[in-house]
Design a binder for this molecule. Structure first.
Ligand SMILES: Cc1cc2nc3c(=O)[nH]c(=O)nc-3n(C[C@H](O)[C@H](O)[C@H](O)COP(=O)(O)OP(=O)(O)OC[C@H]3O[C@@H](n4cnc5c(N)ncnc54)[C@H](O)[C@@H]3O)c2cc1C
Ligand SMILES: *[C@@H]1O[C@H](CO)[C@@H](O)[C@H](O)[C@H]1NC(C)=O
Ligand SMILES: *[C@@H]1O[C@H](CO)[C@@H](O)[C@H](O)[C@H]1NC(C)=O
Ligand SMILES: *[C@@H]1O[C@H](CO)[C@@H](O)[C@H](O)[C@H]1NC(C)=O
Ligand SMILES: *[C@@H]1O[C@H](CO)[C@@H](O)[C@H](O)[C@H]1NC(C)=O
Length: 629
């Protein structure tokens, strides 16, 4: 798509003023707060909201980027990719990737209020129940298991039922699983096109390969192809900023400092033999250094790149790496920045005939302007929705030969190995849109990958981009799995439904041989920007891992991580939903820790007793229920 066209039409939208947003450190009324949250992103704003619910507690959120207010591509869903490489992006690029012909791959991250929840492309799921159960198994903390985490779905989402329901079986949501009064409105596409019906009709034609999924939110029901859920309402983006942050903005105990980068964590003495980090150094135009202090704790929500970068800059990380840069090691934490785990994706383009695609809309400025005009007038149409209206989550059969050499890497039988997405146009990344012709783009993504990479410092300058090396396709399994996924995708493309329209595959992906297919994969592989793992959770006494099961940085005091980086493996879904759920539980953990005797803890005690009773009823053990007063 021609994003330049779109960014030239940045038109101011009506403003909603938010209170308590400061642009300069000097404007803050105090330098000391109960909690300091680093990063007003996907996770950070959840904490900002939940922690400031208690009016007796003061909360400061520090965000490097500017406000998201009036930023058209942050609001109009279809224009989202227009944020890339603007002042709202960190503009990261991976180091050249050996596995993909030494290409360096753009690694965008939102750098504005809402973080990547403001820059993402709106797809919203939670991941499989197995992902959460694996988290519980890894940490030994059963509170991370799905049966305990799914209550946060209801705190988090406010599902908007689609207005028109074509037929009962295809409505796209399971009523009783949906949240109705949570924080973030979630909807299904409101822009129906013939292509949607074709995609869904494949679920009826080839139900073995592409079963219909009545609700793609995840949990116990992850697999199959169905309507994708989008963090969109009334045709506008719903980010952590427009929801969690905005609804708390008028609280006098919540302070948001934007356009200010945290450069470093400050050591603030020792407690219990551990160095404490209850202060942060801030970037500033003022010549004297500026810092703020936390009475309770500092919470890192700077994301999977920003969080390890800040830890390393502050002397928390692998000793050898820190020594190389002459950074004194305050906490030797060998896993910081390691085990980076991400979802790779590859687009496959098919030329089509007789199908009304969007290619001409993107080629003709007046058509695009008309679409933007419709959105401006009524927040409807093409621009009011995301890029793919459906999503499919699939498993490889257990007898596939790829499991001969690598044990099944998925977190369990409910979790997907791979995923499909669908666009009725030539998705332009990384190849430019051809000047003529009509196309569809079918995409595969690996949801349970094996390759692991890392994030390291390039220098001690906090303003330098860190080294990002995801090591895409370095695991043999990932190469074979991408090939295998394409084999299944080809069954989709050659379905009776689609073979009526498809003229042929573009490029070498149509080949039956491995090498041309591998070449297409290497040339076109990208990321869905779901990196996690660099601040991984692990068992409390394990030598590996960065945080304990309550998300406290191991070896440090007064410091916690709450963002996507804590996932020790990438969940089998797009990562905003899993990040929201983690953050919701983290808020409960933090609130509980600081309320030793209160009505809240008494209620919690009563709730635990109730829960253990119901556990017994279902025949489960109660030994894993922790009751704390
Ligand atoms: C282009 C794109 C498309 C995506 N599409 C989807 C999708 O469709 N569905 C989905 O589920 N997920 C998607 N994702 C992934 C998802 O958005 C992220 O996994 C998730 O938002 C990460 O949340 P987080 O809280 O860990 O980090 P972020 O939301 O990135 O928050 C980190 C915040 O910290 C700030 N920060 C960083 N360093 C500092 C510092 N030193 N000082 C002050 N502030 C700092 C950042 O500016 C940012 O605001 C996409 C991501 C991108 C980039
Ligand atoms: C990203 O690139 C854009 C365009 O070059 C630039 O304006 C912006 O300042 C960059 N972002 C950062 C964080 O440097
Ligand atoms: C959407 O619009 C309706 C009707 O104007 C309004 O009641 C609702 O609050 C809006 N929702 C969001 C999330 O803006
Ligand atoms: C990476 O994660 C695995 C567990 O999945 C762990 O055993 C290993 O020690 C981790 N490596 C590092 C460097 O943290
Ligand atoms: C795997 O099992 C299915 C169903 O039992 C069978 O049809 C298929 O041929 C098997 N594939 C391989 C590679 O053995």
């Amino acid at each position: 798509m021609r994003w330049a066209l779109i960014s030239s039409s940045l038109i101011l939208l009506s403003s909603t003023t938010r209170a308590a947003v400061f642009r300069k450190f000097e404007e803050l009324p105090t330098v000391s707060f109960d909690y300091i949250i680093v990063g007003a992103g996907n996770a950070g704003n959840v904490l900002a909201n939940r922690l400031s619910e208690n009016p007796a507690v003061s909360v400061l959120v520090v965000e490097a980027g500017p406000s998201d207010e009036d930023v058209l591509p942050a609001i109009a869903p279809f224009l989202a990719l227009g944020l890339a490489n603007t002042i709202y992006d960190w503009n990261y690029t991976t180091v050249p990737q050996n596995g993909v012909d030494n290409r360096a791959i753009p690694y965008n991250r939102g750098r504005l209020l809402g973080g990547s929840s403001t820059a993402n492309i709106h797809m919203h799921q939670y991941g499989s129940a197995d992902d959460y159960d694996k988290l519980a198994a890894i940490t030994g903390d059963s509170e991370w298991a799905w049966k305990r985490m799914k209550k946060y779905v209801h705190k988090h989402e406010r599902f908007i039922k689609p207005a028109e329901v074509a037929d009962g079986t295809a409505k796209g949501y399971i009523e009783e699983d949906r949240g109705t009064d949570g924080m973030v409105p979630i909807s299904l596409s409101t822009y129906r096109k013939p292509f949607d019906d074709l995609v869904l009709s494949v679920t009826r034609e080839l139900p073995e390969d592409f079963p219909f999924n009545p609700d793609t939110s995840g949990g116990d029901n992850t697999l199959g192809l169905g309507w994708v859920r989008q963090s969109i309402a009334n045709g506008t983006r719903q980010s952590s900023s427009t929801t969690y942050l905005r609804s708390a903005a008028s609280r006098p105990n919540l302070f948001v400092l934007i356009e200010t980068q945290v450069l470093k964590l400050l050591p603030t003495g020792n407690s219990g033999g551990k160095p404490a980090f209850r202060g942060v150094l801030l970037s500033s135009t003022n010549p004297s250094p500026n810092y703020v202090l936390a009475k309770r704790e500092v919470i890192l929500s700077a994301g999977s790149i920003g969080t390890p970068q800040l830890l390393l800059l502050s002397g928390i990380g692998p000793k050898e790496d820190l020594e190389q840069l002459n950074i004194p090691t305050l906490v030797n934490s060998p896993s910081v920045g390691h085990n980076f785990s991400d979802h790779i994706f590859v687009p496959y383009w098919y030329e089509v005939k007789g199908l009304d695609t969007l290619d001409d809309t993107f080629r003709q400025p007046d058509l695009m302007q008309a679409a933007i005009g419709e959105w401006m007038a009524s927040r409807t149409g093409l621009i009011a929705n995301g890029y793919s209206s459906q999503i499919g989550f699939f498993r490889f059969p257990s007898n596939t030969s790829i499991f001969d050499s690598t044990p099944d890497p998925s977190s369990g039988p409910k979790a997907a190995h791979w995923e499909m997405m669908f666009c009725n146009f030539w998705l332009a990344r990384p190849l430019p849109v051809p000047d003529s012709g009509t196309y569809i783009t079918l995409m595969t993504s690996l949801t349970s990958p094996v390759s692991r990479g890392f994030v390291k410092l390039a220098s001690i300058n906090p303003l330098d981009e860190p080294i990002i090396d995801p090591r895409y396709l370095t695991a043999d399994y990932d190469k074979k799995a991408m090939r295998e996924a394409l084999r299944v995708l080809k069954r989709f493309a050659s379905s009776k439904t689609f073979s009526e329209y498809i003229v042929g595959a573009v490029g070498s992906s149509g080949s039956e041989e491995d090498e041309p297919v591998d070449e297409h994969i290497r040339k076109n592989l990208g990321t869905t920007f779901h990196g996690v793992g660099t601040g991984a959770i692990s068992p409390d006494n394990a030598a590996w891992g960065v945080v304990d099961s309550r998300l406290r940085v191991k070896g440090a005091d007064g410091l916690r991580i709450v963002d996507a980086s804590i996932w020790p493996f990438v969940p089998s879904a797009h990562t905003q939903g899993p990040t929201y759920l983690i953050a919701e539980r983290a808020a409960d953990i933090i609130i509980d820790e600081y309320q030793p005797i209160s009505l809240h803890s008494i209620l919690r005690f009563a709730r635990n007793v109730w829960n253990s009773a119901s556990f017994n009823f279902w025949g489960s053990s109660t030994s894993d229920i922790h009751v704390e007063l």
